[in-house]
Write a protein that binds this ligand. Structure first.
Ligand SMILES: O=C(O)CCC(=O)C(=O)O
Length: 205
């Protein structure tokens, strides 16, 4: 679908369709002139500014960023609901091993199936045009588009080399080991094994 048609579609009404990590600057490098990187004492990944575009009711399942980068997410149009949890909450969020995600639907979390959720506290906010939210490295985030909207994210590397190496290891775990096991065992069975494992770890947490 041409981008213009997609923009018309998301303005016409609710739709789950969204664009994740869209590097619009590859297509229109001149847009890079429209913003500058703020002086925040972090090492920005300057080749990776990304747009996130979505229609009303689109959502992004809770996860943390695979490469462990810090994210500065600026809302340009529309509004979004964001829920954040600190990086230490993986087991209480029933994190699937080898991944950066879990099976909980934060639009309507099932507290009977995921009782450990009751023991942790997150942060919730509404992002409006002009707001920027800082999502620290490995912090969990769930995002729901309250209206159609566009955001820009600027990403920064973690400060230390061990933390950067952990980001690389996380990519390898998901992209190589997890995918290999999924192919070997069968996607559905492997997913269920990870879910069972997540429950066992949560019970111990
Ligand atoms: O705002 C969005 O649509 C998703 C942002 C996100 O999940 C991220 O930057 O990791």
């Amino acid at each position: 679908m041409p981008f213009g048609e997609y923009l018309d579609l998301i303005q016409a009404g609710p739709t789950p369709l969204r664009m994740f990590l869209f590097n619009v600057f590859k297509h229109m490098p001149q847009l890079r002139e429209d913003f500058s990187y703020p002086e925040l004492g972090v090492t920005f990944l300057k080749n990776h500014p990304f747009l996130f575009v979505g229609g009303q009711d689109a959502y992004v399942d809770i996860h943390y960023d695979l490469d462990h980068s810090h994210v500065f997410l600026t809302q340009m149009t529309g509004t979004k609901r964001v829920i954040l949890y600190g990086s230490e909450n993986g087991r209480h969020l029933y994190q699937h091993p080898l991944t950066v995600s879990c099976n909980i639907d934060f639009r309507n979390p099932d507290l009977e199936r995921y009782p450990k959720l009751k023991d942790i506290h997150g942060y919730e906010c509404i992002l409006e045009p002009g707001d920027t939210i800082f999502i620290p490295s490995r912090w969990w985030h769930f995002i729901e588009y309250s209206t159609a909207g566009i955001s820009l994210t600027l990403r920064a590397l973690p400060e230390t080399w061990p933390a950067r190496a952990a980001g690389l290891a996380s990519i390898i775990k998901l992209k190589v080991i997890d995918q290999y096991l999924g192919k070997m065992i069968g996607e559905k069975k492997w997913y269920q094994m990870k879910e069972d494992w997540a429950h066992a770890r949560a019970r111990k947490a």
